[in-house]
Every structure is written in structure tokens, then in C-alpha cells.
Design a protein around this ligand. Structure first.
Ligand code: GLC
Length: 816
């Protein structure tokens, strides 16, 4: 425990900065070279590159020749400068694109970005640097400013009034709002003020700070080493910023379907009997599950790329048996390679110079789980290839997913990481660890993903990581590290994962149930309810804590968890659609309400409820012994998922939520595609799709559109066109509902004969479907075309034959 000594004045650093801070002074000359504008000041200067009409890179340089390299965060194909007109006046340089005007004040290097209506979107007042290599910039902030993004950070959704550090850190201590750095660093800040939003991405993998504590005056961004290399990303909506930021740093690849199933983990399942028994229990209890994780105890004294010969004597047999049950394993792989001259990986790493070294040539050693270890230098593509290739050991066993942990890198020493003077070879452009730190974990996952992809021959790999930097989404899903079984941590997972989604990390989630400390029956239920609609869904807990597999708290709890995990599987077609959307547009799978309702003042910091996609509102209960909660419904009409009750939006309602219920609402005019309940994502059951249509007011009418994406769920052949897309459209007015569907892409043929539509629409109690007969549910299940009443909420189910030509039907309310 810390005492007040922790805040002794001399520990707080110099209160007055003693160094001189340099600024570029005024512009003394400027030139254009290959569409790049180089503006030189009295000392140093700034390079301006327009990467599109909406994205501008501004890199400060101190030397004579500006260095234009980027980090691995930026997709090289996006870093091509475009030519836009520039006009020089006495005081300014004015660059104009179709969307923005960037005005550079010659006397001060002050930069203003305006929209075409002349409204100031962003103002950068001052950039400066000190002789120790730190840089700093100050930006205007408004009284109505709100801040989002910044990846994995504690506290609430809106980062106004907070300060954060980007320095990947292994934090086992409870994640509290005051913790400024966690495992991932995504230096993207989204600033919304009034009707305008923009993003600032600082491409610097060293330590950086974003300080939004001055209420309404200015915010600052600083970095302690490396270049001040900032990208302005235009809005005006947050959605535009997210799409553009992810066009620059990449989007998630569509995961294999199994990776978006339910995952079960524990530090550790200790032997192969335990793993097999666990898988059998899932199947016996009919609780769906796709993945079991192997934590560090599967290895031979924590040597990566080995199995413990005593506790896991026949991994191939275990994996085969698991395969028969439809369960995969994902083993953990940490970067620390045990120092042991009899261990092949270590020997090879030393002999072929794959480990991080100091400038003088000696290998850096640090202590982690295996004891003294060396750390591969993933910045070197030769080493990255070597590491990727080592994964053949796993793929030969039938493994398709790897869990990267401790890759900040975490080291058991005072600084918690590698010494700052260790070098990274960086393909011939060596940098110190101090400058490179936040990239280390991402480059490990990149090497892992690429190695797996190589050896899986066309199957989609899955990588999970704890550490990362901007762009990590291209290679790995991210989990939020060592949280605790605290209700507060369950609640905090919402803003954390929502902001991660706004920062490009569309495939993310926390350890469900909490990692450290002991979970409870209620906490596990509530957390699982919330977690089954998070993109990444894994229950994981630490050694020495209460067990938290779904059956750990008796039958009632088990029943509720079975129901909710089952719901994730029934909603898999819809979820998969959202993952596809994330791959194509960069928009996150789960979203804070501010993303969809940017003009609603009630949602600027709303983060105890979230949206799945655009139109499904999830409102978890996140306090113990609570069976009611307030829910904010934005404008529109919302239908209670559980009882069909219709609520007018734009107000708060009190939801009733006994333990078995998590409040969920679907916006009127929404389709949700559901499939059959499966025990694992690609279980071969009779395939079926039910389009649930949520409507409310027949008289006033509504319309709904949906596009269902389908492919084989496991290979990359969708990238060659082997996928299908079905458009479904509904138009309701004056007692008639017209439904139309057609394939706009049919490169993949789903194995099914029929399609179903479930119409959750009260007036259909008295409706009939033109040209189709009313039949029983049993006849529907036999595959006949027709329609039937569902009872609940007056909804009806219509079944038609599947046809590549699409079709349409009309449902008419009965007269009287
Ligand atoms: C770290 C990980 C945790 C894992 C443990 C043992 O604490 O964050 O998930 O179980 O190491 O490998």
C-alpha cells in the first residue's frame, strides 16, 4: 500500500519547466515537392501532406531534412500525398480541398481547419519541443467539447476532464479511473464540439500524453520522444472519423465464425483430462461453446512452442477428441523465451540473432513466467518471419488460434517492461525501446497472424492480444486484460470497449465474470448477459479464484447462462453481419449511443447501455440485487425484446429486470437475422434463417431494410467473391405490409431450402398473407411454405421457399 509519501513534492517532478521549449518560429520559406508541402521555420518546420480531401498529415521536424517515414500503424497505400490548391497571402498559406480549408498562419505556425461554411473545426495553437526530445501541441477546446476514442482507457465514455498516457502497461492492480495507461495504446482522440467532430491521431509509439483537464480552454497532446506526427481526420460526424481513421490504419479482417462464438478460459486448465472433461460438460449440459483456452500451464516449464509432457502428453489426441466435439483450443504464447541452452527456440534465437539487444550487442534478459527470458525483436521482418514460422508447431496439431499475452512487453522488474535503451533493429533503422515500446505487442501479433495465415493455407486465423498500438485491429482481437470480479469493473467494461470500438478495435471484450478476485452468481449472470452481445465473448478467471464456468453456481444460474449464450448463437447471422460491416466500413460491432445519435444531449456520456449495431439497444444490470434500471431510449419507437411492448423514445423508462432478464429494445423498422441454436458456430444443424421484423404502428407505417451477408465462415474465399448478400426490404402502410427480398450477390450458396420471416407486428393478429395458406408450426418445420401465428405479441411467421431469384409477399390486415 502506498502512503502519503507517494505525493512528496520532489516526487511530483519540476513544477516549472526549466528547459527551453522551441517553436518553429515564423515561416521563412515553403516549397512543394511531390505533393508534399514543406514549411520551414526559423528552426525546424512542418510537413503537410493531404492524404485525401478529409485527412491531413502534419509532421513537425527539427532537422533540416524532414523524415517522412510512418510507423506500421499506417497502411502504406494510404500515405500517398494528393495535390490540392494552395494560396499564399501576406499572412497565411491556405490549402483547400473539397471538404476543408487548412489555414497556416505564417508568423506562428498556428493551424486552423475550417469547413466550407467557414466554421472552425480544429485549431492547433502551438507546437514546440524541448532539447530532450519531447514535443507538445495545444489545441482549442470549447465549452461544449466532448472527447472519445483513445482505445483502452478506464473511466467513463467522455474523456473530458481526464488525462491519459499512452504507454503499454501490464496493470494487475485494480483498474481504477485514475490509471492513465493500460495494455493498449491507441493515440486517437475524437473531439466533438457542437455539430462538428474530428479526430487527431498521433503516430508516435513512444510515451504520449493527452490532457483534456482544462475545462473548455485548451487540450494538449505531448510525446516524450520521437516525432510529433499528427493526422487531422475530418468528420463532421464521429462515424465519419471512425471510418476515415480505419481507412488509414486498417480494419478488422472478418474472423472465422468459431472465433465469434463463446469462449471458455481459466488460468489454467491444468491437464488434458480436465480440458476434455470441460468440453464434454459443455456438450452434456447443452451450453454452446466454441473455444477452450490453454493458459501457461500447458507448456513445458512455460517454454513457448512446447506442451508439458506429463500433464499434456498427447496434445494431438486431445485436439482430435475436442474436434469431434466441435471445440477448438487457443493456446497462450508470450514473447518471453526461456533462457535455456537446451531449448531449441532459445538456441536458434541466439544463434540467428533474433532477440532484442543493446547497442553494444548484449541480449536483453528479463524475468517473466519461465524465469530469465529473452525477447524476440519483432521490428525486424527476418525475426517476425522466424516467429511466424514457429507456429507451424501449432498449426500441424490442428490449432488455428493463438493468444498473445504479456506483450507490452511485461517484465517482472520495477519499470514493468524492457529497459528503455534496448534497441530494435527495425529493418535497418534502429530505434530505442523508449521510442518503439507501444509497437512491440502489435508487431508480435502481426508476426503471429501472418505465420498462422501462411500455415493454415486458406483458413482464417484468430489471434487474441493484450497489448497493441493503432492498427492492431488488422491482426488481432483485443481483450482488456486483468480486470477483477467487481461490479464496478463490469460497468467500466462498457465505456472501455465502446471507446475501443471508436478507435478501430471492433473485435474487443473483457474477461467475462472478472479475472482476479472471486465472482458471484449474480455477477456472473449479469456480466454474461452483457458480454454475449460484446464482439469478443470469453469467460476467464485467475488461479486461486472461485470457479466461474457457467455451471459453477447451481441450476438456476446455469439455466440463465445457457439461455443467454444460446441467444448469442441464435443471433450469430446478425452478429456475423456486423463483423462484416466492421471489416468493410470500420464501424464497431457495439456502439455508444453518441455514434448513432450525435445530436442528442442525453447521450454524450451515456455508457451504461450500448447499441449492438445500429438499432438494438442493450441495457445490462450492473449492480447487485437490482431488478429495475433506468434506460434511455433515443428518438424513435422502441420495442421491448422480451414482451413486445412499444415505447416512445426520447425519454427515460424504468425497465423491470429480474435476474433472468437483461433489458433489450429493438428500434421500429429493424430486421434481425437469426439462425438455429447451435452448440458451436459451425455445427451442421438444419440451416435456417429467420428475419425478425420489428414494427409497431400499422396506421402510421414504417419501412425497414437489411442486408444479410453470408459465406462459408472459415476460409478466405469470400475475398474472391464466394459470398452472398441478400437484401430484404419491408414497407408497411395502411394495413398492408409488403416484403421483398433479392440476392445482390450470390457467390455463396447457403445450404437451406426455405426462408422465414417473423413479423413482430401487433395488427397481424388479424392479418393474412396473400397467396399463402395458414398452416401449423409443425408443417412449417417440415419445410412447407405457409404462415402461422406465433401467439406471443400477435406476431406471425411466414415461410417461403429459398430461391436465388428472391421474391416478395404481401400481408394484409383483415377488415373490421
Ligand atoms: C496475465 C494475463 C492473464 C493470464 C495470466 C497467466 O495476467 O492477463 O489473462 O491468465 O497472465 O498467463
Amino acid at each position: 500500500m502506498e502512503s502519503s509519501e507517494a505525493i512528496r513534492p520532489e516526487k511530483m517532478g519540476p513544477l516549472v519547466m526549466k528547459e527551453t521549449w522551441n517553436t518553429p518560429g515564423g515561416i521563412v520559406s515553403w516549397e512543394r515537392s511531390e505533393n508534399i508541402y514543406i514549411c520551414r521555420g526559423e528552426c525546424g518546420g512542418m510537413v503537410i501532406m493531404f492524404l485525401s480531401d478529409e485527412i491531413v498529415r502534419m509532421k513537425v521536424f527539427r532537422d533540416k531534412v524532414p523524415d517522412l517515414t510512418t510507423t506500421a500503424a499506417i497502411l502504406p497505400e494510404c500515405c500517398i500525398p494528393h495535390l490540392f490548391p494552395v494560396e499564399e497571402t501576406e499572412n497565411e498559406l491556405i490549402f483547400t480541398t473539397s471538404a476543408i480549408r487548412l489555414i497556416l498562419e505564417k508568423s506562428s505556425f498556428l493551424i486552423k481547419v475550417e469547413n466550407m461554411q467557414g466554421k472552425v473545426i480544429m485549431q492547433q495553437n502551438l507546437t514546440s519541443w524541448n532539447p530532450r526530445g519531447a514535443s507538445h501541441a495545444e489545441y482549442d477546446m470549447q465549452p461544449d467539447s466532448h472527447f472519445y476514442g483513445l482505445g483502452e482507457k478506464a473511466s467513463f465514455l467522455d474523456k473530458r476532464g481526464e488525462r491519459y498516457t499512452n504507454w503499454n502497461t501490464d496493470v494487475f492492480a485494480p483498474h481504477l479511473p485514475e490509471i492513465e495507461a493500460l495494455y493498449e495504446s491507441i493515440p486517437l482522440l475524437i473531439h466533438m464540439h457542437g455539430e462538428l467532430s474530428y479526430g487527431l491521431f498521433l503516430d508516435n509509439p513512444g510515451r504520449s500524453d493527452f490532457d483534456m483537464r482544462s475545462h473548455g480552454v485548451a487540450f494538449t497532446i505531448s510525446c516524450s520522444t520521437g516525432a510529433y506526427d499528427i493526422y487531422f481526420i475530418n468528420g463532421p460526424h464521429i462515424k465519419d472519423v471512425v471510418k476515415r481513421y480505419t481507412s488509414l490504419t486498417g480494419r478488422i479482417p472478418l474472423p472465422p465464425k468459431w472465433a465469434i462464438g463463446y469462449h471458455q478460459s481459466r488460468y489454467s486448465y491444468m491437464n488434458q483430462q480436465e480440458v476434455l472433461q470441460l468440453a464434454r460438460t459443455f456438450r452434456e449440459k447443452r451450453i454452446p461453446c466454441d473455444v477452450i483456452y490453454l493458459d501457461i500451464h500447458y507448456m513445458d516449464e512455460y517454454r513457448v512452442f512446447t506442451f508439458d509432457p506429463v500433464n499434456f502428453p498427447s496434445p494431438d489426441k486431445m485436439i482430435r477428441e475436442l474436434g469431434e466435439l466441435g471445440v477448438r483450443i487457443v493456446p497462450i504464447v508470450d514473447p518471453g523465451v526461456k533462457k535455456d541452452p537446451n531449448y531449441e527456440v532459445y538456441k536458434e534465437g541466439v544463434l540467428d540473432k533474433h532477440f532484442c539487444r543493446r547497442l553494444e550487442g548484449d541480449i536483453f534478459f528479463g524475468e517473466v513466467w519461465p524465469g530469465i527470458s529473452a525477447f524476440p525483436d519483432f521490428s525486424d521482418s527476418r525475426t517476425a518471419e522466424w516467429w511466424g514460422d514457429l507456429h507451424k508447431y501449432y498449426t500441424d496439431l490442428g490449432i488455428q488460434g493463438i493468444w498473445n499475452d504479456m506483450n507490452e512487453p511485461a517484465v517482472f522488474n520495477e519499470s514493468k517492461t524492457m529497459d528503455l535503451d534496448v534497441m530494435h533493429f527495425n529493418n535497418g533503422r534502429p530505434v530505442t525501446h523508449e521510442e518503439y515500446h507501444n509497437l512491440y505487442g502489435m508487431m508480435m501479433s502481426k508476426a503471429t497472424y501472418e505465420g498462422l495465415a501462411e500455415h493454415l493455407q486458406g483458413e482464417r486465423p484468430f489471434v487474441l492480444t493484450r497489448a497493441g498500438y493503432a492498427g492492431i485491429q488488422r491482426y488481432a482481437a483485443v481483450w482488456t486484460g486483468d480486470n477483477r470480479s467487481f461490479w464496478e469493473h463490469m460497468a467500466m467494461a462498457m465505456p472501455m470497449v465502446l471507446n475501443m470500438g471508436l478507435s478501430g478495435l471492433a473485435f474487443a471484450g473483457p474477461d467475462i465474470g472478472g479475472f482476479a478476485h472471486h465472482t458471484s452468481a449474480q455477477l456472473l449472470v449479469r456480466w454474461t448477459q452483457m458480454g454475449v452481445f460484446f464482439p469478443y465473448c470469453r469467460n476467464h478467471s485467475s488461479i486461486g479464484t472461485l470457479r466461474q464456468e457457467p455451471w459453477s453456481f447451481g441450476e438456476e444460474v446455469e439455466g440463465i447462462l445457457r439461455e443467454f449464450i444460446g441467444l448469442r448463437y441464435r443471433w450469430m447471422p446478425h452478429l456475423y453481419n456486423l463483423f462484416r460491416e466492421a471489416e468493410v466500413s470500420g464501424l464497431p460491432v457495439i456502439r455508444p449511443l453518441i455514434l448513432e445519435y450525435p445530436r442528442d444531449p442525453h447521450v454524450t456520456n451515456l455508457c451504461d447501455q450500448y447499441l449492438l449495431g445500429e438499432n438494438v439497444l442493450i441495457a445490462p444490470v450492473y449492480r447487485p440485487d437490482t431488478d429495475h434500471r433506468s434506460v434511455y431510449l433515443p428518438e424513435g419507437r422502441w420495442i421491448d425484446y422480451w414482451d413486445g411492448e412499444v415505447h416512445e423514445g426520447g425519454r427515460h423508462i424504468l425497465a423491470v429486470a429480474p435476474l433472468r432478464i437483461m433489458p433489450m429494445y429493438v428500434r421500429e423498422g429493424t430486421f434481425v437475422a437469426e439462425g438455429p441454436l447451435k452448440q458451436y458456430a459451425q455445427e451442421e444443424t438444419g440451416e435456417m434463417i429467420i428475419f425478425h421484423l420489428y414494427g409497431a404502428q400499422a396506421e402510421e407505417g414504417f419501412s425497414a431494410s437489411y442486408s444479410l451477408y453470408e459465406d462459408d465462415g472459415h476460409s478466405f474465399s469470400y475475398r474472391k467473391g464466394d459470398y452472398s448478400e441478400m437484401r430484404v426490404h419491408a414497407e408497411a402502410e395502411k394495413g398492408r405490409l409488403m416484403l421483398k427480398w433479392s440476392y445482390t450477390m450470390d457467390g455463396y450458396k447457403p445450404h437451406r431450402e426455405t426462408l422465414r420471416f417473423a413479423l413482430c407486428y401487433p395488427f397481424f393478429e388479424t392479418a393474412a398473407v396473400e397467396g399463402l395458406g395458414e398452416i401449423s408450426i409443425e408443417e412449417l418445420d417440415e419445410g412447407r411454405a405457409g404462415w402461422t401465428r406465433n401467439g406471443k405479441g400477435g406476431s406471425i411467421i411466414v415461410q417461403v421457399s429459398e430461391s436465388r431469384d428472391g421474391g416478395e409477399l404481401v400481408i394484409v390486415a383483415a377488415q373490421g
